[in-house]
Design a protein around this ligand. Sequence first.
Ligand code: NDP
Ligand code: GDR
Length: 375
Amino acid sequence: MSIKKALITGVTGQDGAYLAELLLGKGYEVHGIKRRASSFNTDRIDHLYQDPHVDNQRFILHYGDLTDSSNLISIIQRVQPDEVYNLAAMSHVAVSFEMPEYTANADGLGTLRLLEAIRMLGLETKTRFYQASTSELYGLVQETPQRERTPFYPRSPYAVAKLYAYWITVNYREAYGLHASNGILFNHESPVRGETFVTRKITRALARIALGLQDCVYLGNLSAQRDWGHARDYVEAMWRMLQQPQGDDYVIATGVQHSVRDFIALAAAELGLTLAFEGEGLDEVARVSAIAAVEGPPPRCRVGDVIVRVDPRYFRPTEVETLLGDASKARERLGWAPTTSIETLVREMMAADYSAARRDELVKSAGFPAYDAHE
Ligand code: NDP
Ligand code: GDR
């Protein structure tokens, strides 16, 4: 039997890294598309790197971009993939308000370019297609919990671009018989989540605050509610969708909801900090109200310190206030269920960011300038 080939766009992102690892573990030959950048951008997949000079390489990277059709056609022609996972996107909701046209091009038309490449190359019956759709499609929610039939009401240029991508995927399935599926994934996180998404911003900042590397973190809407899962569980659902006899659309979620405020409290508790939230809106702060003994160096912050402040810079012109998914269809048809609770997710993220902060602390204490990236 010939070895299965998968092509992953967005392989350098959070989900791309977890999916590449999963597929390599299943024996696939995995091809990934990475963008040309002026500095290295493969941190998340460096552990999977295989020397191109040795035989039987099963992880192969190609330069490419979702805004460049000829490049996509050429890669798909060369690879002849059995499965394409379209994970590439300008994926930051807040940034999409600043770059709406680029977001539409990459996230909306980029999906069309891939589908057209598969069709033009005559691969409709060979190549299965996964589209990274999103709970952001529900936006101003029309029903709770959200399921596959819940009406969409996108609230950002990102979500509107993803709405086009969702429907063009459905259209190619219906028009050309393509095995194409939308995974409507609710928020999923991990230690390699991008540092400017709220969960990672919180775990990274609290670790640095606890070690005295920064004083406080500025955040936006603390009342937003999300259904947060672990990326490792969610890439398994992507793969399962493409193993079904037919393409279809599935909600992937945990069915449990927390606010940003709750997430901060859970992350702080991992460091032995209890927080009191005071005020509302722009005045809101979270103050350390108690410190418990935990393993590792004692936190440098003191009871009474304000460690979270609200900054309107992080408010969005139109916000998605609440999301909660119902993944019953995925459970029944794919046999999929999440395996990671939010407590375990927070613990894993906090542990990784705490050890990264300790490294930075050591570098600083040795007299070198400490690494400090800001949004
Ligand atoms: P990331 O932002 O971590 O990764 C996005 C990937 O897309 C990166 O590899 C990035 O490259 C690449 N990319 C961006 N623009 C282009 C472009 N024009 N051409 C080619 N590649 C590009 O996202 P996630 O891994 O978190 O998410 C994966 C997908 O799932 C995205 O489409 C996202 O919108 C969607 N999604 C994510 C959810 C989540 O909670 N994580 C939930 C629902 C959907 P580079 O590394 O160079 O920036
Ligand atoms: P989201 O994730 O917009 O749901 O999109 P993000 O973590 O950016 O925001 C979640 C909620 O937290 C609020 N928030 C902040 N967000 C950020 N980034 N920074 C802050 O300082 C901050 N303070 C409060 C936000 O307003 C929002 O309500 C993610 C992305 O991965 C998308 O690509 C994906 O489609 C969806 O999840 C499902």
